[in-house]
Design a protein around this ligand. Structure first.
Ligand code: AMP
Length: 402
């Protein structure tokens, strides 16, 4: 068990906190989605209320080790100030004289945001000297940037070698609670819903969760690969067509069968001729029935109506649900029916523990208005996948044990 922000006394201390303020900006440099900033507020206010001096650091975009005003965190400082209704200081560097002076000026209960740590190559190189310079700003280190916890960078891992106390913030604590602890003894039945592009991206999670899950639901282009592996005609569908991937898919199907774990592939597939918003779509017949195929000039872009009906029933009975990956090309109008329906079914199961694991599924859940209904929406894409694969994340491993 790692120490958390609950285990420290920040009063009068300089608390150096890594946050994930890697927010999307429009062409005018305006923040288009501030949910990552909002996510850090509970930890920030916990520290300021207790009299800590809070020094925030983050990356934004990929400035590749060079100072570039396009990737400045200044808009994030302003937005945080509005959200917490308190001044948030900003300094145009994360190390060096100006940063040191800004830190030295900070009073108990105040907040300072340092400029983008990726303006220095030492950040992603996890350079010891750069880590030491960052660490010198704080008496205590808090990591609350789950989205980068799977990276061993200076601000996420390297700093811990040069600071006495290193703990996690509330955001990482909640991610661990849902993506690790609650899955150790899941409320049953435990249903794993996987979608998205590739089987090969999710193979490790599928294999790992095979030991725990009571049922799997598969959608997205991934399902096309499984259907191809079973020998069906998938037309022009996006799928992994190499023998290696098909073998992988067959291996998973075999394991599920041997374990007696229901592995629900979509009973039918929605397909189109034109890959465009509002293009006409049709559903195949039921897979396994005579003549069912995606025609040669068509591509499967979503799960079909019968699949939606089946999946909805399985989800309604679930005690724990993990959802990772859309059921179809949800970014296009008309190809989003399956993703919307599955999201709605998860949201409707109020008795279940419902977890949305990162990236596209979080975007989809928010886009279709189900975000609030989920017990946990992970703030990390790659990081949540790695946790579900059972890997140790360097940004968490580096923190103090209890
Ligand atoms: P991932 O990052 O693996 O979760 O994949 C998400 C992407 O998979 C989204 O951009 C979807 O548009 C895409 N996707 C889902 N279903 C399909 C499909 N049937 N054909 C092509 N792309 C798909």
């Amino acid at each position: 068990m790692k120490k958390s922000i609950r285990d420290i006394d920040p009063a009068g201390k300089r608390v150096l906190m890594r946050v994930d303020f890697n927010v999307p900006l429009d062409d005018d440099g305006k923040i288009t989605d501030d949910s990552r900033i909002k996510g850090a507020i509970p930890s920030i206010e916990h520290l300021t209320n207790a009299g800590g001096r809070v020094i925030l650091m983050s990356h934004l975009g990929r400035p590749k080790g060079e100072k570039n005003p396009e990737f400045s965190l200044k808009p994030a400082a302003d937005r945080l100030g509005e959200l917490i209704s308190a001044p948030v200081k900003f300094v145009d560097d994360c190390v060096g004289a100006s940063a040191e002076a800004a830190v030295a000026d900070l009073k108990d209960g105040e907040v300072l945001l340092l400029e983008n740590v990726r303006f220095y190559a030492g950040e992603t190189d996890n350079d010891a000297d750069f880590s030491r310079q960052l660490a010198a700003h704080g008496d205590i280190y808090v990591n609350d940037a789950f989205g980068t916890a799977h990276r061993a960078h200076a601000s996420t891992a390297g700093v811990t070698a040069f600071i006495d106390t290193s703990v996690m913030g509330f955001l990482i604590e909640k991610e661990l609670e849902y993506l690790v602890t609650k899955l150790e003894e899941p409320q049953r039945p435990f249903v794993v819903i996987m979608g998205g592009a590739k089987v090969s991206d999710k193979i490790q999670i599928l294999e790992r969760l095979m030991e725990k899950a009571d049922a799997f639901i598969i959608g997205g282009a991934m399902a096309n690969t499984f259907r191809l592996a079973q020998g069906y005609e998938m037309g022009n569908s996006f799928a992994e067509r190499k023998e290696e991937a098909l073998e992988m898919a067959r291996g998973i199907l075999k394991t599920a069968e041997a374990n007696g774990t229901p592995f629900h592939l979509p009973a039918d597939t929605r397909y189109t001729k034109d890959f465009a918003d509002d293009a006409p779509t049709e559903c195949t017949g039921i897979w396994g029935e005579e003549g069912t195929a995606v025609p040669a000039d068509r591509e499967g872009i979503d799960i079909g109506d019968k699949a939606i009906e089946d999946f909805t029933k399985v989800i309604a009975e679930a005690g724990t649900v993990i959802w990772n990956g859309p059921m179809g090309v949800f970014e296009k109008r008309g190809f989003d029916i399956g993703t919307k329906a599955v999201g709605a079914a998860i949201a409707a199961n109020e008795a279940a523990i419902t977890i949305v694991g990162g990236g596209d599924s979080v975007t989809a859940a928010n886009q279709f208005g189900f975000g609030e209904k989920m017990d946990h929406m992970s703030t990390g894409g790659g990081a949540s996948l790695e946790l579900l694969e059972g890997k140790e994340l360097p940004g968490i491993a580096a923190l103090d044990d209890k």
